[in-house]
Design a protein around this ligand. Structure first.
Ligand code: GDP
Ligand code: IMO
Ligand code: MG
Length: 429
């Protein structure tokens, strides 16, 4: 059985956690390959809501083993906190169920302090990062001065590495940004304690996955963030610092492309974004308020990690075409179709207008993108509550029409439609 990949097709928060949870029932392993605790993935099972930042959503299934892959940047404090919270809810987070790649990189308090200092310095031009230290951790990795998780198996080397790391970043924090210096010894002691608890979880992730694939086991890769937050293929510089796209799954796990089966693009039935940066179909006013919700419902559009209100807009097929091309999507998982119920007319962006020309490809150059205007097709809405519906043919004709319009435009099937946050609020084909 192959490696199937779940990928965000927009700017994150598409419902990847919810779709991963659904597909995890058929997977032997569920693995994260990129990002860190900037991710916030919600899984709803009955009355229980799980918000996961670092640990793969498959942990909730007792059948699936989980791995945090080498492409992830791991804040050990957050990982342990999440493990403890899950354990309290009766979930097995022992090394038998959860593993951490030794080549994943550690996030430290110095990375978090740098993330904050850089965002402050950017002022008006701030990216709106999650302030979790993600950018500085990947910067250290790329500049070959990061701290790999594997060092947690070697207390002396880890202590040396932390001392050098904090001392180096203290220079930058104090002299460039005027921030406070961190206490090197205190950070080293803190990380020594984390290492003691996390060392038993360390594995060579690539070998583990290779063995699993050779044994015919199925692996589900849970993407974080989304295609438009990709460092190469997103709206740079308003992106994250990793590759959430299909290519990132391979390098972030140490698995070759021949192993890949389905590549499932998760897209909301409309578009959202947290943080700064361009958003061609962004809405304000009453329809925006309607799509965002007031915050009363757990699924309303407020960030899972930061609680920030998400920006909202109409569905953008130019973006989804971009995601399809970059990731070779085989399937679409369309989420939050229920939220569109009751809106009389729905707009779908089918192309952009740029200097009088019709553009069907997404331009990643921000100056070009800023000059693009969405070209909309209007589709009729439906008024019925579709949350209780479980079959495609049971959906109102206009809801079927909306889905068919999207899949026809993209040329890939919607293999899952979700009409609510809970596991069973799903239409599968
Ligand atoms: P992720 O980061 O891609 O995993 O998505 P988030 O969990 O950050 O945000 C998605 C939100 O939408 C969560 O609150 C989910 O519980 C909720 N959700 C997912 N699918 C649906 C759906 O089909 N309908 C509704 N109403 N909520 C959904
Ligand atoms: P999930 O996995 C939505 C956004 C931040 C910011 C930019 C850079 O839940 O979909 P970073 O902290 O990564 O340096 O921030 O990326 N961002 C996300 N937006 N969902 C996410 O994850 C995100 N992870 C990062 O808001 O604009
Ligand atoms: Mg999220």
């Amino acid at each position: 059985m192959p490696l199937n990949i779940v990928i965000g097709a927009q700017w994150g928060d598409e419902g990847k956690g919810r779709i991963t949870d659904l597909l995890a029932a058929q997977a032997d392993m569920v693995v994260r390959y990129s990002g860190g605790d900037n991710a916030g993935h919600t899984v709803t099972i009955g009355d229980e809501v799980f918000k996961l930042h670092l640990i793969p959503s498959g942990i909730i299934h007792d059948t699936a083993n989980c791995l945090i892959g080498n492409g992830v940047v791991v804040n050990p404090k957050v990982m342990l906190h999440e493990m403890d919270a899950l354990a309290k809810r009766g979930i097995d987070v022992s090394p038998a169920c959860l593993k951490l790649s030794e080549n994943a990189h550690l996030i430290t308090p110095a990375h978090i302090a740098l993330d904050k200092a850089r965002e402050m310095q950017r002022g008006e031009g701030a990216i709106g990062t999650t302030l979790r230290g993600i950018g500085p951790a990947y910067t250290d990795k790329a500049s070959r001065q990061g701290i790999r998780a594997g060092l947690m198996a070697n207390p002396e080397e880890l202590a040396d590495a932390i001392h050098t790391h904090v001392a180096t970043h203290n220079e930058v924090l104090t002299k460039i940004y005027g921030a406070d210096a961190l206490d090197t010894d205190a950070v080293a002691a803190e990380y020594a304690a984390y290492a003691q608890r996390l060392a038993p979880y360390l594995v060579d992730g690539s070998i583990l996955l290779d063995e699993a694939l050779r044994d015919g086991r199925s692996i589900l890769a849970e993407g974080a963030q989304g295609t438009l937050l990709d460092i190469d293929h997103g709206t740079y510089p308003f992106v994250t610092s990793s590759s959430p796209t299909a290519g990132g799954a391979l390098t972030g796990l140490g698995v070759g492309p021949k192993q890949v089966g389905q590549i499932i693009g998760v897209a909301k039935a409309f578009t959202t974004r947290v943080g700064s940066g361009p958003f061609p179909t962004e809405l304000s006013g009453s329809i925006a308020a309607r799509l965002r919700g007031t915050g009363e419902n757990p699924w309303d559009e407020y960030g899972t990690t930061t609680g920030r209100p998400r920006r909202v807009g109409w569905l953008d097929l130019v973006i989804l075409r971009h995601a399809q091309r970059i990731n070779s999507l085989t399937d679409l998982a369309l989420t939050k179709l229920d939220i569109l119920s009751g809106i009389p007319e729905l707009q779908v962006c089918v192309a952009y207008e740029l200097d009088g020309r019709r553009l069907t490809h997404f331009p990643t150059d921000l100056n070009t993108l800023a000059r693009c205007r969405p070209i909309y097709q209007t589709l009729p809405g439906w008024h019925e509550d579709i949350m209780p519906i479980r079959t495609f043919s049971g959906l109102p004709a206009n809801a079927q029409n909306y889905v068919n319009f999207i899949t026809d435009q993209l040329g890939i099937p919607a293999s899952i439609i979700s009409v609510g946050p809970a596991r069973e609020q799903t239409i599968s084909f």
